[in-house]
Design a protein around this ligand. Structure first.
Ligand SMILES: Cc1cc2nc3c(=O)[nH]c(=O)nc-3n(C[C@H](O)[C@H](O)[C@H](O)COP(=O)(O)OP(=O)(O)OC[C@H]3O[C@@H](n4cnc5c(N)ncnc54)[C@H](O)[C@@H]3O)c2cc1C
Length: 475
């Protein structure tokens, strides 16, 4: 097969095929605890194995298969398991994510190596040359299971139902990690890769007086259009055939996507994690809090196009929550999620409003059909969202309608709340050793610690931190 590499207005980078042979480390002298089995934790564990260190993964959630049953219960019955959901469990938030593998963090690690490892564990090779590689939610779980198999085949440990609840400190060192079932673990290094939704971990660090910092993040809504409408806007009617509701694309075109950004009142309002042919998912992790996100299957063949539409927020926006210091953003985020849950009426039914009604401050008399399985309920979203977020979104929606003719329409539905765009907390680390500045065997890692935003950047951060641990063992 002939493969061509084409670089347009970007530097030429040799993209080699990479295949890693992972050694047996069952008798390795050194071991590292990896807390959290998301992309950061998994890629860190694989990197540790490659360098001859035995990883012990502690994961609060369940394996992929059991997790699927919990997601079905959430989608169909509105019952949430706080330990097993779209964010918690084998593969972390990555497993039932959309699986878009593009990142702007190209200086933070070797993207090509991460993509090649995905292929080694079962992803289709086209992700190696696509401009916007995408795996799809239907294919990710198998890939994640193959990674676990590799880790355990090499002699690493992968433990489920191990929620870390305490850290036993002696001076500047963590002596033991305690899990909810009372088990205690010791290790030479502890990689903390618990993701942006592990609020209990942020509270634990704060209680233990281990330094954490508030971090800006973005919050808003998810917006859903019929896919045919986005196709018509992006491709023009000439590229549509008139089969089905509103017309379908001609065969050679993929479902259209978009990327929108606008400055409103000095704040960035932008589309986030756009999912053509996708589904809006309930991404909550705690009872009484409503969070939405989006995914799509590899064929992107659902009749809806959804995207997060979020406003950047920082410390000065969090008002009275400032009293919580480094946890101010977390409390602000949680308060909006709780409001959203209450206004939806329970069982993870999401409050929603048609787009033009949102801008005109009118309660929607009816709602269009929506992919969000627990259901949507018509609510004036001004009663859910903080005032500045609501106002900035109102202005941005009409501006987006001017940029993309047809985007601003009452056929689109606005669903609250898209609040877990990135971590509201940073766990600091030394720029060189990647250790926490106060605790010498603690390595904050991945999105939850504030060093990644997405699957590939989390995976690259996992590899970086693993390399730092290896360097520390070599002295
Ligand atoms: C629906 C959805 C769609 C997404 N789509 C995309 C996409 O298309 N592309 C993209 O790049 N990103 C996407 N993301 C985001 C992506 O999944 C995350 O950026 C990525 O998973 C972060 O990796 P991480 O390893 O840092 O953390 P996580 O993936 O959050 O993993 C953290 C892990 O730690 C575990 N954990 C938490 N607390 C504890 C504890 N106390 N003890 C033990 N274990 C604990 C959790 O159970 C979890 O498994 C999506 C996310 C969701 C929810």
């Amino acid at each position: 097969m002939l493969t061509l590499q084409v670089f347009i207005r970007e530097p030429y980078v040799e993209r080699e095929r990479v295949r890693v042979d992972f050694p047996d480390i069952s008798r390795a002298e050194k071991k590292a605890l990896v807390i959290g089995a998301g992309p950061a934790g998994l890629f860190a564990a694989l990197s540790l194995i490659e360098k001859g260190i035995r990883p012990i993964i502690l994961e609060r959630g369940k394996d992929v298969r059991s997790r699927r049953r919990d997601l079905a219960l959430l989608n169909k019955e509105g019952i949430l398991d706080p330990e097993s959901n779209y964010c918690f469990g084998e593969g972390g938030a990555g497993t039932y994510s959309d699986g878009k593998l593009y990142t702007r963090s190209n200086k933070r690690g070797d993207i090509n190596r991460i993509l090649n490892l995905f292929v080694q564990f079962g992803a289709e090779p086209h992700i190696l040359y696509d401009a916007h590689p995408h795996i799809g939610t239907n294919k990710l779980p198998r890939i994640i299971q193959a990674m676990r198999q590799q880790i355990t085949d090499c002699g690493g440990s992968f433990l489920f139902g191990k929620k870390v609840v305490d850290l036993i400190l002696q001076d500047d060192t963590i002596k033991q990690v305690v899990t909810a079932d009372g088990d205690r673990f010791e290790a030479d290094a502890i990689l903390l890769a618990t993701g942006h939704s592990a609020r209990d971990i942020f509270h634990l660090l704060d209680r233990k007086k281990i330094l954490i910092e508030a971090k800006p993040f973005a919050l808003g809504v998810r917006i859903e259009h019929p896919q045919y409408l986005i196709d018509a806007v992006q491709y023009g009617a000439a590229h549509l055939t008139m089969k089905g509701a509103g017309g379908t694309r001609t065969d050679h075109l993929p479902p259209a996507s978009y990327n929108l950004v606008e400055q409103v009142a000095g704040k960035g309002v932008f589309s986030f994690c756009m999912c053509p042919g996708g589904i809006i998912a309930p991404a909550s992790t705690a009872p009484g809090e409503l969070v939405v996100n989006g995914w799509s299957p590899s064929r992107r063949n659902n009749p809806f196009a959804n995207s997060g539409m979020v406003v950047s927020t920082e410390e000065k926006d969090w008002g009275a929550f400032g009293q919580y210091g480094p946890l101010a953003g977390l409390y602000f985020q949680q308060s909006v999620e709780q409001k959203s849950f209450d206004m939806g009426g329970g069982r993870y039914v999401a409050p929603a409003q048609r787009m033009a009604d949102f801008v005109d401050r009118r309660k929607s008399a009816s709602l269009p059909s929506c992919s969000y399985l627990p259901g949507i309920h018509a609510v004036p979203l001004a009663e859910v969202l903080p005032g500045f977020i609501y106002e900035d979104l109102r202005q941005a929606f009409t501006a987006f309608g001017r940029k993309m003719k047809g985007y601003y329409t009452n056929e689109a539905v606005v669903v609250a709340t898209e609040s877990r765009t990135s971590s509201p907390v940073r766990i600091p680390r030394d720029a060189k050793s990647l250790r926490h500045p106060q605790i010498k065997n603690l390595y904050p890692c991945g999105e939850g610690a504030g060093y990644a935003g997405g699957i590939v950047s989390a995976a690259m951060d996992g590899e970086r931190v693993a390399a730092a641990v290896v360097a520390s063992f070599k002295g």
